[in-house]
Design a protein around this ligand. Sequence first.
Ligand code: HEM
Ligand code: FES
Length: 352
Amino acid sequence: MSVQYQAVGWNRQKRIYDSVLAGGILTYLAIFVGLGAMLYPAATAETLLIRGFGTLALVLLHVILCIGPLCRLDRRFLPLLYNRRHLGVAMFLVALVHGVFSIIQFHALGDVSPLVSLFISNTRYGSLAQFPFEALGFAALLILFVMAATSHDFWLHNLSAPAWKRIHMMVYLAYALLLAHVVLGALQSDRDVLLAGLLGIGIILLTALHLLAGTKESRIDREVARAELDGFVDVCAVDKIPEKRAKVVSLGSERVAVFRYDGKISAISNVCRHQNGPLGEGRIIDGCVICPWHGYQYSPDTGASPPPFTDKVPTYQTKLIDGKVLIHPCAHPPGTRLEPSLIERVAAGETK
Ligand code: HEM
Ligand code: FES
């Protein structure tokens, strides 16, 4: 988190993540090229490298797209999400090597510029079997470039979180373009049954994970506020909220994280100011809600980050009646301090 935009500092966890990532990339390439050379002795080193980098980029993209739903389904995957942007930039660089090698290999020997050749050497857009699939890879690469280039918190801060999010949702468009790139490319060769099979498994896995995570999310949305009292809505019994944790409730389009801590109840927006991380999935440590994604901190009663940080989220008025937690659906401006509801006083028969 930051006063300006510098979000999360370099730390041991990041170094481990990046070392594992670099080791994984090198191991994959070594195995791919080594096995490829053994199984297809006629294949040139250039071909093996182009295919090795291309398939690796696609594998990494699948991993990246799986991380979001996996974290929604099971908190144990959160460490993967912590550094997902490094994974994204690494995937772009791997894809870039594949694209550049392909252009050099297939378009550099003519008398027109390789980039021009990429678009004019095959213009059979009307043919499925002969479709110029490389243009699709190029379009996907452009999207991946924009995402990698704007991945730093500087851009998140300057573009605003919603605009940044919209740009990064284009990853699904890139994914669709890449599926077409690979499928239409494979249609032009007859050796890609294994690739097609693996791609099918990848698509099924991704779809299943997104559907499962979506179902879980919509369950939360359906649990909207049943009993209403003085405009307050029923959240749950106070015992249902574990100490230093939250219960997330959906109030129409807003999600609110209702925290229980030190005999008190407070409610803040569930949406982290950094990258919309789910604050209600974080816990309270040293008096602050810690965002599970990258560790931004917020005080549960004010919704404000501790000084010198300036990030703030909206707060919600809470109330306890007969062991039940209620909140008022109107959000207070970000950083507004609201008196927490005291659990002990409820036990004595009072309400607040
Ligand atoms: C300028 C952009 C790109 C160009 C010119 C390009 C070109 C090519 C070419 C010529 C092939 C066929 C290679 C062969 O059969 O030997 C290919 C296959 C492939 N490409 Fe791309 N590509 C680009 C972008 C991408 C990107 C961004 C990705 C993934 C993130 C990607 C993933 C793949 C995969 C998985 C294959 C199949 C590899 C195989 O046949 O084993 N490509 N690409
Ligand atoms: S700290 Fe990054 S989303 Fe919350």
